[in-house]
Design a protein around this ligand. Structure first.
Ligand code: PGA
Length: 253
């Protein structure tokens, strides 16, 4: 890898793990020596487990993130969670615009832009997820789709603030399917991402979509790929630990 960016592995747990299961995961991971000096790592449990995770992680370099948030500080938004509520729980990262939220919960580009602004205003690092559908991929529309999503997510945000973000490229057809993109194709598209708006030139770009311990090194070895946004393979401590170790190995390739 021809960059000085520290690799980043983010575990997106989606709707998995109770409070007790989250505490058990953290206990397990804390009992091991992990390469935190060389790889940054974050887990994103469900909202209900964030407080317990924060407590269990006290003094541990493993970062804590949320999977979503609202853009307003407070208000009549039944069922939503605000940035100050997350800050109170020690949250430093938030996934914004995951394809499941876009497709299943109607999340729109304009709202994603507001969430990115809100996260930045509260000192939370947004991990902005983008990616094309299988049909867009087949028809050669992946780059234009991702360009539109990235452009909308960062519209009007100053370059200095854009530079504080992380972008995750997750082709939808690769999520949860075991059918990951190839590292070289993902790298090519992710190189495009760096050119879309000022400030993205040197941000950390994560690849997501069937990242596993046995393929993460090949992704991280690519010049435009700085880590992974990982669903299924982040749920078990042994697999999560292997992701970190393999990401470290990928840097050296
Ligand atoms: P997956 O999910 O690793 O299970 O494919 C990735 C994601 O949706 O972030």
């Amino acid at each position: 890898m021809t960059t000085t960016r520290t690799p980043l592995i983010v575990g997106n747990w989606k709707m998995h793990k109770t409070v007790a299961q989250t505490a058990a995961f953290v206990r397990d991971v804390r009992a091991r020596t992990l390469p935190y000096d060389e790889v940054d790592a974050v887990i994103c449990p469900p909202f209900t487990a964030l407080a317990a995770a924060h407590e269990a992680l006290d003094g541990c370099p493993l970062g804590l993130g949320a999977q979503n948030m609202h853009w307003a500080d407070q208000g009549p938004f039944t069922g939503e969670i605000s940035p100050p509520m997350l800050v109170e729980l020690g949250i430093r990262w938030v996934v914004i615009g995951h394809s499941e939220r876009r497709a299943l919960f109607g999340e729109l580009d304009e709202r994603i832009n507001e969430k990115v602004r809100a996260a930045l205003a509260h000192g939370i690092t947004p991990i902005v997820a983008v990616g094309e559908t299988e049909e867009e991929h087949r028809s050669g529309a992946a780059v234009s789709r991702v360009r539109a999503q990235v452009g909308a997510a960062f519209a009007g945000i100053p370059a200095g603030d854009v530079a504080r973000c992380v972008v995750a490229y997750e082709p939808i057809w690769a999520i949860g399917t075991g059918n990951a993109d190839t590292p070289s194709e993902a790298n090519a598209l992710m190189g495009e991402i760096r050119t879309i708006v000022p400030g993205l030139e040197d941000v950390r770009l994560l690849y997501g979509g069937s990242v596993k311990p046995d393929n993460v090194a090949a992704f991280v070895a690519q010049p435009n790929i700085d880590g992974g946004l990982v669903g299924g393979a982040s749920l078990e401590p042994a697999s999560f630990i292997a992701l970190l170790e393999e990401a470290r190995r990928g840097v050296a390739i």
